[in-house]
Design a protein around this ligand. Structure first.
Ligand code: DGL
Length: 236
């Protein structure tokens, strides 16, 4: 039995990396749905149907639970029931607001920003910013994410006095070091810690530490190399 993960591409590898570091003896199966990427500008109804199909597929492949390692899928399926236990990756806005005094920027895909989940979070300190391109830029720039720095610099320019930022798309987690270079004093809040504690609570069976990657469409990215690089970095 294994832990399934879903994303549109390389973004969810950042979640997978956190899980492998926390639980190296579990088995994982990761679906990169590059055939339908990007997810962030799709209709919510499409993402509901596609997520259900992929959860079903992971179940057939032997997953005992599934991590929706994608904020776009997670925030689009909050009212859906699945045949397996599902852990959702969602922007940790409450945590970010609790641990900062100043303003917080939530940067995410259009479908996440416009989701009922994000619309229900209201604070005068929270700014919500939808970006339709950044996940695709990350996908195309990998493994050299520094190529995105000029775009990110321009995007983040108005938020120089903010206290916190939430990379509300798993693709953006690759950009954390670049965000720190652009905004050195900002605190970054991502959802890996909450995914790990949710996974811990599920008591998933122990395996051999195997990682299987399934890619549905074309890609130029080397997933095993990217995961190895993430695992070598001194982060979660
Ligand atoms: N990584 C995904 C997310 O967290 C999807 C990005 C995309 O395909 O647009 O939202």
């Amino acid at each position: 039995m294994s832990i399934g993960l879903i994303d549109s591409g390389i973004g969810g590898l950042t979640t997978l990396c956190g899980c492998v570091k926390a639980f190296p003896k579990k088995d994982y199966i990761y679906i990169a749905d590059t055939f339908y990427a990007p997810y962030g500008s799709k209709e919510r109804g499409f993402l509901k149907r596609r997520t259900a199909q992929l959860v079903e597929r992971l179940s057939e492949l032997g997953a005992e639970c599934v991590i929706l390692a994608c904020n776009s899928c997670s925030s689009s399926t909050l009212d859906e029931n699945f045949p397996l236990p599902v852990i959702r990756v969602l922007p940790p806005a409450a945590d970010a607001l609790q641990h900062t005094d100043g303003r917080v920027l939530l940067l995410a895909t259009p479908v996440t920003i416009n989701s009922p989940y994000v619309c229900s979070i209201n604070s005068h300190r929270l700014t919500k910013l939808a970006d339709c391109c950044l996940a695709t830029f990350v996908e195309n720039a990998a493994p050299d994410f520094s190529r995105i720095k000029p775009y990110l610099q321009e995007l983040l320019l108005p938020f120089g006095d903010y206290s916190g930022i939430i990379p509300g798309c798993t693709h953006y987690v690759y950009l954390e070091e670049i965000i720190k270079e652009i905004l050195p004093s900002i605190r970054i809040f991502d959802s890996r810690a909450s995914v790990i504690s949710a996974l811990n609570a599920l008591s998933v069976s122990t395996g051999e530490g195997a990682v299987k990657i399934v890619i549905t469409g074309e890609t130029k990215n080397d997933y095993n190399m990217l995961l190895t690089k993430l695992l070598e970095q001194n982060t979660r």
